[in-house]
Design a protein around this ligand. Structure first.
Ligand SMILES: [Zn+2]
Length: 657
């Protein structure tokens, strides 16, 4: 009625004058004996409507559809019982104004208020509901007018139970950004505002609890060789030389995914580089540093969770409604972020929790393309593997970890295996051995064998490798058949007591590579910095350590740092021969740091952490965010400018002025 909408602009005195009106309102409502209000439906919402599951510790609203047969607006409160009956909340309205129920259908989000799509700006969020247990909650309910202020013709229909909603634990997803540079490239880093926007979007669209998505900015990795070739040649080079060692290191440090940021990609483009090949390496994606859309990382990582484009392998769902609970944006229709359609973009139900598991068996598949976007139909050959379209299942299954040996190397199409790096014993989720299918084309099986001191096989891990793969280009949306001469592989294989030799054999039983597991693990001691030192941001610090091995094995070293007291270890270097490393701190933030050095004798590991932390105090502002913003806006408006190397160069330089 007349008070609606006044709420947030009324100042003190005005508030006092309307209070009596509120009382009058209550009496006038009681005169309206001609009507009834009742709850038609209730629905807990986190990201999409009608989700099969919600996740624990994520902001939630309950949408209540109220019907009123009164001929005028009436006031009523709504009481919600949630979190397995342990918590209640009464929606009373905002700033002292009562909750208004209009004649007919009312859509009310609690807490939050009435929502006709868009932000109900006059309603202040009172916080949101969160479930703190897991299981099936059968006690979720809404009660209308719980204290019976309003006289109705039927007082028995004011309560509605939801039924049953599954509440699941969300797993922890740790994502690391790693910018890369090549000879001749200036030092550069990914802007934190870019990372924040990508993280925010991913958190709003993935079924994860707020505290369970961790984005970390890693340091610049410098490679001593320059990229070569273009198209699939460049892709093969990047995968073997850049992506493979970074993927190994991030796997060792317990990251679920790594976003490798490569300046050579077209603006806003990326690739799930380790997917749709045998064997897959699921951790890495590669993206360009310029991300005009907030959904690029969610999209590329989506591929690593087997979400595909609607125009190729994915479910043909293009639109769904966005329920952004935190932003109080409810029910706006959007395209899926796995499509190439225009913004705004959101996750659709088909990819969120609804589509069943789908298994692709070997064969030729036809995909319809997207006529609206001009993406042609394609026919592609796929061999068997299990693809789950559901993001929900993948985000809520929390697999146990075991003591594993990370076995990795590079297969050559000439039948050889190159082991350029050490293996490392790690605590990790084991990889699943491949099921052996007979008669598939262009594929070969390999076997990683663990043998004991009597040369008896005590464990076998089969995997499949192919020098043909499906090349997924995120600029054109095409899937193409591609060929490579080398195939990197990384597997976490559960350790078996008594393993003395690890062999890799081909399907003819020929030993292609082997490595001895010696009796003793290496010892390593960090010498410098070892605690108490103080450096300036921009310093080049020479990290030094000592190491020994009783078996006289050749040792290699992997380095990481922590600035959260050892909770997270960010990789800096993988499997180097030297016993020192120059740490360039130009892109580091102030704080307290620890260094960890892991030594490997080929399989066994030993590690040491600096005895105490050392500090990088704040010295100068390293970013010029406004300049970067101006340049980025310029590039948004005139995308062709990105072809001018000067602009790119300028953009990378000004970050470090
Ligand atoms: Zn894509």
């Amino acid at each position: 009625m007349k008070k609606k909408g006044l709420s947030c602009i009324i100042i003190g005195i005005l508030l006092i004058t309307i209070l009596p009106i509120e009382n009058e309102q209550a009496t006038s409502a009681s005169e309206l004996l001609s009507g009834d209000i009742y709850i038609e439906s209730i629905q807990p919402i986190q990201i999409i409507e009608d989700a099969d599951t919600i996740v624990k510790n994520r902001v939630t609203v309950v949408r209540v559809i109220v019907q009123s047969t009164f001929t005028e607006e009436v006031n009523a409160q709504i009481k919600i019982t949630y979190d397995f009956g342990t918590k209640t909340y009464i929606e009373k309205g905002v700033y002292g104004s009562p909750l208004v129920i209009a004649p007919g259908t009312n859509t009310i989000y609690v807490p939050g208020g009435p929502a006709i799509p868009g932000k109900p700006s006059t309603w202040n969020p009172y916080g949101f509901f969160k479930w703190t247990h897991t299981g099936f909650d059968t006690l979720l309910k809404a009660e209308l007018d719980p204290d019976n202020f309003l006289e109705e013709t039927d007082e028995t229909n004011n309560e509605k139970l939801f039924g049953s909603i599954r509440v699941a634990n969300s797993r922890l997803v740790k994502v690391l950004y790693v910018p890369v540079a090549f000879p001749g490239d200036a030092d550069w880093s990914v802007s934190s505002s870019t990372m924040n926007r990508q993280e925010e979007f991913m958190l709003s669209t993935y079924p994860l609890a707020e505290s369970k998505l961790n984005f970390h900015g890693g340091p610049l990795w410098r490679f001593s060789v320059s990229p070569s070739g273009s198209g699939t040649t460049l892709n093969n080079w990047l995968f073997e030389v850049v992506v493979y060692p970074i993927a190994c290191t991030t796997r060792m440090m317990g990251f679920d995914r790594v976003v490798i940021v490569y300046q050579g990609y077209g603006r806003g483009s990326g690739r799930a580089i380790g997917i749709l090949r045998y064997p897959e390496i699921r951790e890495p994606v590669v993206v360009s540093p310029y991300m005009p859309k907030d959904n690029l990382v969610a999209h590329e990582l989506g591929h690593t969770y087997y979400l595909w484009h609607p125009h190729d392998l994915g479910p043909a769902v293009y639109t769904d409604e966005c329920y952004n609970v935190e932003e109080q944006e409810y029910g706006e229709t959007m395209n899926t972020f796995m499509s190439y359609r225009d913004d705004p973009l959101w996750i659709d139900k088909g990819r969120y929790d609804h589509n069943p598991y789908k298994r692709l068996t070997p064969g030729t598949y036809y995909y319809a393309g997207d006529p609206e976007l001009g993406i042609d139909p394609i026919t592609t050959y796929f061999s068997g593997s299990t693809y789950s379209w559901n993001l929900m299942d993948q985000m809520t299954e929390i697999p146990p970890t075991y003591a594993c040996i990370m076995v990795h190397g590079t297969l050559g199409n000439d039948g050889t295996i190159t082991l350029n790096h050490s293996w490392y014993r790690i605590e990790a989720v084991p990889d699943v051995p491949e099921q052996i299918l007979k008669g598939s084309q262009n594929e070969e099986y390999y076997f990683i064998m663990f043998l004991n001191e009597n040369q008896q096989i005590i464990s076998t891990f089969p995997f499949k490798a192919s020098f043909n793969y499906v090349y997924h280009e995120d600029l054109t949306g095409k899937l193409e058949d591609a060929v490579t001469k080398t195939v990197p592989f990384i597997f976490n294989i559960p350790e078996v007591e008594g393993t003395r030799l690890i062999q890799i054999q081909n399907s003819d039983g020929q030993v292609l590579a082997e490595r001895e597991v010696t009796y003793n693990s290496p010892n390593v001691q960090v010498i410098y910095p070892n605690g108490g030192e103080e450096f300036k941001i921009g310093d080049k610090i020479k990290i030094e350590w000592n190491a020994q091995d009783q078996d006289q094995d050749i040792l290699r070293y992997t380095l990481a740092f922590s600035n959260d007291n050892g909770l997270t270890w960010i990789p800096m270097a993988f499997d180097i021969k030297e016993t020192s490393f120059e740490w360039n701190t130009f892109d580091f933030s102030e704080g307290k740091y620890l260094i960890k050095v892991i030594a490997s004798d080929g399989v066994n590991v030993g590690e040491d952490i600096s005895d105490a932390d050392f500090t990088l105090p704040k010295t100068k502002e390293k970013n010029h965010p406004s300049l970067i913003r101006v340049l980025n806006r310029l590039l948004d408006q005139y995308p062709f400018l990105e072809h001018f190397p000067l602009i790119e160069r300028l953009l990378s330089l000004i970050r470090f002025i």
